[in-house]
Design a protein around this ligand. Structure first.
Ligand code: HGY
Ligand code: MN
Ligand code: MN
Length: 411
């Protein structure tokens, strides 16, 4: 176990160096040079652990250990390797590392699977560069069409394909994956909340993942001189945005049942201290474990927006992502619970307030997800930290589970 923990810490330390903001957390945007460095490391480890490596037309990375059954579907284990701006070292990479180390244990124990084992590293789960998020998994499953993928632009107007080519990726490679080629998907993730730590339980078996939707709201007003434009003659795009954003928390609180609503991004144009803002563009993220709450808050948000249209203000809303609440596969969850008990690892059932690639793949294959504790419940910030011993526990559980799902035999 100690060598496993040492390898895990080595992976975390190395991957955390691939950031655009050293000393201020992990900023690893998709198709950036930091992506390129992390990708090269992940592919190198996949090869070292005896896996056949390929990338698809989105830049998702697959490391495959062939099985003895002809054309059999694979058991996938992995997560994403992009980050939010100034995020942590564990959100995403913990799951990729878990996949890598399960493959290492297969190699160490000379296991031959009947069904192939595939380690996957997915791109753009966070949506920090191209809006929406869950891009790698939505692409594989076809939920993100090739056309919609091509039409995405980052804040500088760069398309995913241009960005891919810039770091040596080939967007012409196959994109959508036939989901008959997937037998199951296992994802390890940090909890990103306080529950496991407060309960002092090392493993969470994820039962369900909240539904979520993201909108981009654009407010168009009239630019003007801050000194010479009387107050009553202004169509101020920032004041209008601020009035709406200030009311959003009440919509979520009124809905209750854990419903949350967040504005995380706000851009002001032309952004001059002495210029009345002409345009503001901001995001709205709405989540709940019950779909009806999400739908109600969307309706109330649209009514609120409509009430501010007029007097020189024009507001538009573009929905960038919509995912229903998802439950994980019960057979896989039972297997994860039985395996944790057999390894004397305490676990509890837990639901996820964060979105994950597992929620996308759960409509196409059997999916199971494990959480490990997050220190102080922190995530999406440089303080994000999890204990490599907990990550090693999860590797052991996934190793035993993957042995069963791939029907692997010792040589
Ligand atoms: O937003 C989320 O829940 C995830 O971190 N992408
Ligand atoms: Mn995240
Ligand atoms: Mn994540």
């Amino acid at each position: 176990m100690n060598s496993l923990i040492t390898r895990i810490e080595g992976h975390i330390d190395t991957l955390s160096k691939f950031t655009a903001t050293p000393g201020k957390g992990t900023t690893r945007l998709t198709y950036s040079k930091e992506d390129r460095l992390a990708r090269d490391y992940i592919k190198e480890k996949m090869k070292e652990y005896g896996l056949q490596v390929r990338e698809d037309g989105f830049g998702n990375i697959f490391g495959k250990l062939e099985g003895t059954l002809e054309d059999a579907p694979s058991v996938l284990i992995g997560s994403h390797f992009d980050s939010v701006p100034n995020g942590g070292s564990y959100d995403g990479p913990a799951g990729v590392i878990a996949g890598l180390e399960v493959a290492a244990l297969f190699a160490e124990n000379q296991l031959t699977p009947k069904y192939p084992l595939e380690v996957i590293a997915l791109i753009e789960e966070e949506g920090a560069r191209f809006s929406g998020g869950l891009m790698g998994s939505r692409g594989i499953t076809g939920l993100l069409s090739e056309e919609d993928f091509k039409n995405l632009r980052d804040k500088d107007g760069i398309s995913p394909e241009e960005a891919m080519v810039k770091i040596g990726l080939d967007p012409s490679l196959p994109k959508k994956r036939d989901f008959q080629t997937i037998k199951a998907f296992l994802e390890l993730h940090i909890e990103q909340g306080p529950i496991l730590e407060e309960k002092n339980i090392p493993l969470g078996v994820v039962e369900a993942i909240v539904g979520l939707t993201q909108f981009e709201i654009t407010v168009e007003g009239q630019a003007g001189h801050a000194g010479t434009t009387p107050m009553e003659r202004r169509s101020d795009a920032l004041v209008t945005a601020a009035k709406m954003i200030a009311q959003f928390p009440t919509l979520a609180i009124e809905e209750g049942d854990g419903t949350v609503m967040t504005t995380g991004q706000l851009h002001v144009y032309p952004n001059g201290a002495n210029v009345i803002p002409k345009t503001t563009v901001f995001t709205v993220d709405i989540r709940s474990s019950k779909e009806e709450h999400i739908q109600t808050v969307i309706r109330k948000m649209k009514d609120l927006i409509e009430s501010y249209n007029g007097d020189g203000i024009h507001i538009s809303a573009r929905q960038q992502l919509y995912m229903r609440p998802k439950t994980m596969n019960q057979d896989i969850l039972t297997l994860l619970k039985q395996t944790s008990s057999a390894l004397d690892l305490p676990y509890c059932s837990i639901n996820s307030g964060a979105g994950h690639d597992a929620m996308v793949l759960s409509d196409f294959t059997e999916v199971g997800m494990l959480f490990i504790p997050s220190k102080d419940g922190l995530s999406h910030c440089p303080e994000e930290w999890s204990d490599s011993r907990h990550l090693a526990n999860a590797v052991q559980v996934f190793y035993e589970t993957a042995k069963k799902l791939t029907e692997a035999e010792e040589k």
